[in-house]
Design a protein around this ligand. Structure first.
Ligand code: ISL
Ligand code: CA
Length: 558
């Protein structure tokens, strides 16, 4: 039986960058309330809010110092309750971000923990003695530098897979798990509709914390690959499911870096004893640098052949076992139209619609990141001063200043392609001052193109990307085959370097989806049956037999 969240579409809001209501340059909860009609108009079912909790804001709110308090930059608990009530009234659900692999170093648990080795909160975190005067193992942090920081007070190191202000919680300690579950049940009482779970695949650390594999000339080893999907991971999630999730009709999605198909089939198994679905990252790594020391930092383009092979694998291998989530974008990823499409004025709109078509006709729950429905593009970082994000700034420090692996100019060009700030530039509402985001100076520089690309322009243009997404969402709500149909590539399409063509089929309907990923006009013959109706296309006017640049078509046979 189809679950409600299998037919739902989620809209992701990054509160800091969505809408400022009081002129301090920071988006906030009253701002989101103002914009609920806009989100409703798009037609989505659920809003996922990035962290809204009290934070030192070292990592965009992913360093939480109080899980049950609202970040004062964003408003108050009263504002949150108002947002929740108004959203519910409009038929929109609200999903919050759950960040419990780590807390902020300013969380009272950590402040206690670092006081003494016998503090009752000591084992809430992961402390180890130095080994030969050094870190306990070779792990590097995901945000550069070592994954360990020495604390002089108790002369031990604590583990942080992310920034040093984000100490990892010790999930092996049952008290930690109980505290987290209690907090989750408290949010349930407030009436929320689910959680997106941050790096949830990293909870269970390997016994003995052994060194990770280390690339030649790399400063640190890779602990992430040892930590991901650890020994007790599923035990912890099943416990969470029993104590919290099973009690509510929620939507839950685990952010699971390093997840394989077989692992995903456990996290998101259809029995429902863990999570509803996961975010997998394989298609987000296809344009990584060939030099492992540079990782994501590159201006490589993924080939269509690699992208298609990957997405096809996830469609087919998870079918009838677990549930996919579908996304091109989030607050950690560059803008899809710049990354997999073509953001030139000539092709931006066409290619954004094509990419949307390809993703939204697949099986899974689609996620739309704010501004994606406008075709917002990557931005430009002229100097390091323009870069705010901790991941990019730390990478610059390590790769340019310390290790001298790459020049500053070159890395800035890679930031243009991949920095997380690309996703975080303020939402472009109109062509007025600060794009209608704020009456004050925005916390992060606007993208220079807001006068052309903005919501007001999109809403005034019946052929805009916005209305195209609206149509795709309606299609999903109305056509069962998008939720329950099987997925097949069109014959020989796996070899096609330029076109992605697939079918979705259930017992009474068939969809044929054809997407040209290039700026060329192409000849293809998909032997359409005469009954096939063209139900969606991204060009207006007369059909041609050839496929035009970035053309997308959806045919239905029933
Ligand atoms: O951003 C990434 C790639 O550039 C990822 O490696 C990312 O750090 C990883 O997917 C985990 O992301 C999540 O946890 C981080 C936080 O910074 C991200 O914003 C969040 O989505 C630590 O909490
Ligand atoms: Ca504000």
């Amino acid at each position: 039986m189809t679950k409600w969240w299998q037919k739902a579409v989620v809209y992701q809001v990054y509160p800091r960058s969505f809408q400022d209501s009081n002129g301090d340059g920071i988006g906030d909860l009253p701002g989101i309330i103002q914009r609920l009609p806009y989100i409703k108009k798009l037609g989505v079912d659920v809003i996922w809010l990035n962290p809204i909790y009290k934070t030192s804001n070292v990592d965009g709110g992913y360093d939480i110092s109080d899980y049950q308090a609202i970040n004062p930059d964003f408003g108050t608990m009263t504002d949150f309750k108002k947002l929740l009530a108004q959203a519910h009234q409009m038929g929109l659900k609200i999903m919050l971000d759950l960040v419990v692999n780590h807390s902020s170093s300013e969380h009272p648990w950590f402040i206690e923990s670092r006081q003494s080795k016998d503090n009752p909160h000591r084992d809430f975190y992961i402390w180890r003695d130095p080994v030969n005067g050094h870190e306990p193992n070779n792990w590097g942090s995901f945000f550069s530098g070592p994954a360990w920081t020495y604390d002089t007070k108790t002369q031990q190191y604590y583990l942080h897979l992310f920034a040093k202000e984000q100490p990892d919680l010790n999930w092996a300690n049952p008290q930690v798990r109980q505290a987290v579950f209690k907090m989750m049940n408290w949010w349930a009482k407030q009436g929320i509709d689910g959680f997106r779970m941050d790096v949830i695949s990293l909870l269970s650390k390997p016994d003995g914390l052994p060194d990770g594999p280390q690339a030649p000339n790399a400063p640190y080893g890779d602990g992430g690959s040892l930590v991901a999907n650890g020994k007790h991971e599923h035990e912890y999630l099943r416990e969470m499911n029993q104590q919290v999730l099973s009690k509510y009709d929620w939507i839950t999605v685990g952010e699971t870096a390093g997840v394989t198909i077989d692992q995903a089939a456990k996290y998101a198994n259809l029995d429902g004893n863990e999570l509803n679905m996961v975010f997998q990252f394989e298609h987000m790594g296809l344009d990584n640098n060939r030099d492992p020391r540079l990782g994501k930092w590159s201006d490589q383009k993924a080939t269509l052949t690699a992208l298609r092979a990957n997405l096809t694998k996830w469609q087919q291998k998870l079918a009838n076992r677990a549930w996919n989530s579908l996304y091109w974008n989030n607050h950690d990823q560059p803008r899809v139209v710049s990354r997999f499409g073509n953001d030139s004025p000539q092709y931006r709109v066409l290619s954004a619609k094509m990419l949307a078509t390809m993703l939204h006709c697949m099986q899974g729950t689609p996620y739309i990141y704010q501004g994606e429905e406008l075709g917002m593009t990557n931005t430009h970082f002229a100097t390091l001063d323009d870069v705010v994000d901790v991941e990019a700034r730390n990478a610059y420090h390590e790769l340019v200043d310390q290790e001298k692996i790459i020049s500053g100019q070159k890395l800035l060009r890679y930031f243009d392609a991949k920095s997380r700030d690309n996703a975080r530039t303020p939402m472009q509402w109109n062509d007025q001052k600060n794009a209608g985001f704020s009456s004050g100076k925005p916390w992060l520089q606007l993208n220079a193109n807001y006068q052309q690309i903005n919501a007001a322009a999109a809403l005034a243009d019946p052929n805009s990307i916005f209305y195209f997404y609206q149509q795709l969402i309606k299609l999903r709500h109305n056509l069962a085959v998008i939720t329950d149909g099987d997925f097949q590539l069109v014959k020989d399409n796996d070899q096609d370097p330029a076109v992605f063509a697939y079918t979705r089929r259930n017992s009474d309907q068939q969809l044929l989806v054809i997407c040209n990923f290039t700026d060329q006009t192409l000849e293809r013959d998909y032997s359409l049956v005469p009954e096939a109706k063209l139900i969606l296309q991204n060009y207006q006017g007369k059909m041609t037999t050839s496929l035009r640049p970035y053309e997308a078509r959806v045919y239905l046979t029933d």
